[in-house]
Ligand binder design. Sequence first.
Ligand SMILES: CC(C)(COP(=O)(O)OP(=O)(O)OC[C@H]1O[C@@H](n2cnc3c(N)ncnc32)[C@H](O)[C@@H]1OP(=O)(O)O)[C@@H](O)C(=O)NCCC(=O)NCCS
Length: 160
Amino acid sequence: MIRVRRITTVDPLYEQECALRDAVLLRPIGYSMEAFRRDFGIDDRAEHFVAVFDHPSGPRVVGCALLIPDYPHPGVGKLMQMAVDLQRQGEGIGRRLVVELERRAFGELGLREVFCHARDDAMGFYSRLGWRVDGEQFTEVGVPHHRMCLTPPDEDDEGE
Ligand SMILES: CC(C)(COP(=O)(O)OP(=O)(O)OC[C@H]1O[C@@H](n2cnc3c(N)ncnc32)[C@H](O)[C@@H]1OP(=O)(O)O)[C@@H](O)C(=O)NCCC(=O)NCCS
């Protein structure tokens, strides 16, 4: 069974989260956790959502996403470091993580927008979840990206 949990950087699962980010997101583009920490430095202020598989030998982190609340302005949040274990992609784990992150962002935190820098390869994923493209393509860490964003459900509802 997969559970989505919110953890901090002192949680024992944080190390597994970093290993997953390194394997799925960073190493494939020639980047590293050290370089990410140096360039972005957001892990301590981010909320960490992890998808955890209850393996008989202990919990395994199979997906993660970060939310940086009130970044870069109050009322706005940034989703970063969205990753699902290569062996577990296509099972709905990414969707569950984003839904949980949205619930937290628009519910308890009361944010009015969440955005991300979507790698072009992943834009279809965010589109399926109702996010919209906002602006032109740009390059970040050597990879083409688009800004994508979502506003709370009632603000998106324009009626029929
Ligand atoms: C992108 C990623 C997070 C998606 O997670 P996932 O668990 O595989 O996605 P899900 O199974 O929850 O898919 C949800 C929906 O999005 C679709 N989808 C998933 N990845 C997609 C992609 N890359 N392009 C287009 N559609 C995609 C699925 O088909 C599914 O559609 P459905 O609603 O018709 O069923 C995962 O594939 C991943 O870690 N990729 C590598 C790292 C990466 O690119 N991260 C994003 C950086 S911005």
